[in-house]
Design a protein around this ligand. Structure first.
Ligand code: OAD
Length: 272
């Protein structure tokens, strides 16, 4: 008979690895959870390396997430980010986000650092130390850096945020001119390819990993540096590193335990 305290092992996950990770989780006082796009996939937010849909299948992230792309076609890049922001507004945190939040409530020393620009960890109730790649809901001037307010709910097609109809409406939007300097265009406060990560958030994440007793890496391909190097800080500090991802990644061969399944099933089984 399965005891109520032992959750079912998700399909594809090695039960011995799951038991070992549950043991590590039960003992950890300063765990760090590092998350990437796969964390939000089950909420309906497409990952970056998944096939994109609609208009966006014509572009790679590198063609949209750069300053060059914004300067060449501000309206296109602006509409991509507004579309993503509105899509995220229309989805909910999944069981994986809720498991991380519940774990943090139980273990206040738990740190969450994410590459994700959505707010689904926070909406599940977790406190996030670092958004390493910025936020879909923060904006600043591309010229003078002054912060700007943009109400993403007031743009696009109100009835269908994130839909193709919404996108049609958003494609007619130009990024506003900065009220502070009067010349620069407003851009999302997101780290684009070729730009530096926010120093304070990077340093805080690095320090947490250097002092952690467990690191759980969820839903990242490990392809984008420097974030991809962060699990190695934990390994270098002697902490076990667990990967939660249905697919093998660049990181897989280096980790202590690999749990091959989706975050929304694996994290509740690990933490519950
Ligand atoms: P990717 O899109 O590169 O990788 C997503 C990873 O999530 C893949 O390894 C998938 O196997 C995994 N995955 C998919 N579904 C999953 C699920 N349900 N549970 C767990 N894992 C799942 O996303 P990132 O590694 O986050 O940068 O991408 C890194 C950065 O590249 C992003 O932050 C973004 C992008 O360009 C910026 O926006 C600056």
């Amino acid at each position: 008979m399965i005891s109520p305290a032992t959750p079912r092992t998700p399909a594809g996950v090695d039960p011995k690895a799951l038991a070992a990770v549950r043991d590590l989780v039960a003992r950890a006082e300063r765990p760090v959870v590092l998350t990437g796009a796969g964390m939000s996939a089950e909420s309906g937010v497409p990952t970056f390396r998944d096939a994109q849909t609609g208009l966006w299948e014509r572009y790679s992230p590198e063609q949209l997430a750069t300053e060059e792309a914004f300067l060449a076609d501000p309206a296109l890049v602006w509409s991509w980010y507004l579309w993503r922001a509105r899509m995220v507004r229309g989805v909910e945190p999944n069981a994986g986000h809720r498991a991380v939040a519940a774990w943090q409530e139980r273990v206040p020393g738990l740190t969450v650092a994410t590459q994700n620009v959505d707010d689904l960890h926070e909406r599940a109730g977790a406190e996030v130390l670092a958004h390493l790649h910025g936020s879909l809901f923060a904006f600043r001037c591309a010229a003078c850096d002054a912060p700007a307010e943009v109400d993403v709910t007031a743009l696009g097609d109100d009835d269908a945020p994130g839909s193709e109809a919404d996108l049609e409406a958003l494609l007619r939007e130009e990024p506003p001119v900065c009220a502070a300097c009067g010349t620069g265009r407003i851009r999302p406060d997101i780290v684009w390819f070729g730009e530096l990560l926010p120093a304070a958030e990077w340093d805080a994440t690095y320090a947490a990993l250097d002092a952690c007793d467990l690191c759980v890496v969820v839903g990242t391909s490990g392809l984008v540096q420097p974030a991809a190097s962060l699990p190695f800080v934990a390994l270098g500090a002697g902490a076990p590193v667990v990967e939660v991802n249905p697919d093998v990644t660049e990181l897989s061969s280096a980790v202590t335990h690999r749990l091959a399944g989706p975050a929304g099933l694996v994290l509740p089984a690990v933490v519950g």
